[in-house]
Every structure is written in C-alpha cells, then in structure tokens.
Design a protein around this ligand. Sequence first.
Ligand code: IPE
Ligand code: IPE
Ligand code: MG
Length: 229
Amino acid sequence: MQNNNLPAHVGLIMDGNGRWAKKRLLPRSVGHKHGMNRMIGLAEHAQKKGIKFLTVYTLSTENLARPKEELDGLFGLFRKYFTENVKKLYAKNSAVKVIGDISALPEDIIRLLRDGEKNSPDGAEFTLIFAINYGGRAEIINAVNRAIERGEKLDGKGFASLLYTDGIPDPDLIIRTGGEFRLSNFLTYQSAYSELYFTEVYFPDFSDAEFDKALANYAARERRFGKVK
Ligand code: IPE
Ligand code: IPE
Ligand code: MG
C-alpha cells in the first residue's frame, strides 16, 4: 500500500568485525577499529541520502559479558569517537543520542556520552543514535517498571514514551551485516513492522554502495501494515 522510497529511520546491526579480523589473522580489536571508521563514513553517507535517523547497534547488554580486554578496546573507541568525531557531526547540523543503560559504563564515558547528547544542535536534520549496553528486553522491562511506579495503565503511545526511543519514529528498515539472520535483542518493541535486510558482508567491508543496495531493496518493497492492498 505504502511504498516509502526512503526510510526515515534505519537501524544498523554492525556485525562481523571479529570475523573480518580473524580472516586477516588480526586481533578482534583491529576489526572493531575498522568497524568504527566504517560507521563514521556510513553516518555521513546516510545523512547525504536524506535519512533522518540512523541507529547503530554498538554494544548489546549481552556484549557486556565479553572479555575485559575486548571491552576496554571498544571503550577506547567510544572515547576517541566522542572526543574527536562528534564535533564534525554538529558542524553538519547533526545530533547524537544514546539509547541503553549506560550507567554500567566507565564514569568518563558516561560523561562523554551525556555531553555528546547535550551539546547537540537543536533541530538537527540528522540524528545518529548509539545503542550502547542496549537490550530490547531490558528496555521493555524498564518501561514496565516505570509504568508500575506511576500506577497508570498505558496505551501504545504512552508505553512508547517510556522507551529509550521516545520521540523517535520506529525503524523503517533494519540492516544486519555479518551473515546472521537474527535481531539479537535490537529494538525489540520498535521493530514490529520494520523491513529487514540481511547481508553476508562483514561490517568493516559494508561500503556506501552496499548500504545503497539495501536502500534500493527497501524501496522496492510494499509495506502493508496488515491491510489489504
Ligand atoms: C559486532 O561485531 C560488534 C560488536 C558486537 C561490538 P562482532 O564483534 O560481534 O564480530 P563477530 O560476530 O565476532 O565477527
Ligand atoms: C549484535 O551482534 C550486537 C551488535 C552488533 C552490537 P552479536 O555478535 O553480539 O550478536 P550474536 O551473538 O551473534 O547474536
Ligand atoms: Mg557478532
């Protein structure tokens, strides 16, 4: 019925960094570094395309159980990004937002993430949303507990306002790189009617052209939302 050519909100499950590195006999950390660089390039590309929101799955609640060495490497990349790259985004009238329970992260990173959000320009044309220590189930449980505290019954709109994604439209398209066919706890509530696109390409190799392929595939789909054509 609806053939929205361009998704307003794209979710990106950036998977395959570790295998990309392994294939090259490199440590996993090198894969994450290349993945981070690719994410920066893709965010710029997505904005140029006219996408309004890009949510990048950066760290899941489950990923927090990975070895300390790998996590320290990832935290180092977050530090670098939020001190160096975030200003370049602001300069292009872009905002950053963080979803997830960041209270479990090192203090200095919490501060960097909060400042990154706070210093974002008002009325930005593009928002890059980092899902960090994010889990769809934890998000839903958190929202339910907040509703209970308020002692209110909620409708769909009220419930959505208690999620981390309050004010952000549901993802129209979710892309997963790295060859797995699952969502791994990403935007569990919000993905009810998302179009899904899976590719074998490992994230560090997921080029702008590969991203465009996903957009073209999306543009050819018919979204019916349960209605008849
Ligand atoms: C995704 O890449 C990035 C994070 C989960 C932080 P992986 O690290 O899961 O890479 P693979 O799946 O082991 O190749
Ligand atoms: C999903 O990838 C999380 C991120 C990309 C941040 P994982 O590699 O953690 O997912 P599984 O373990 O294959 O489901
Ligand atoms: Mg993985």
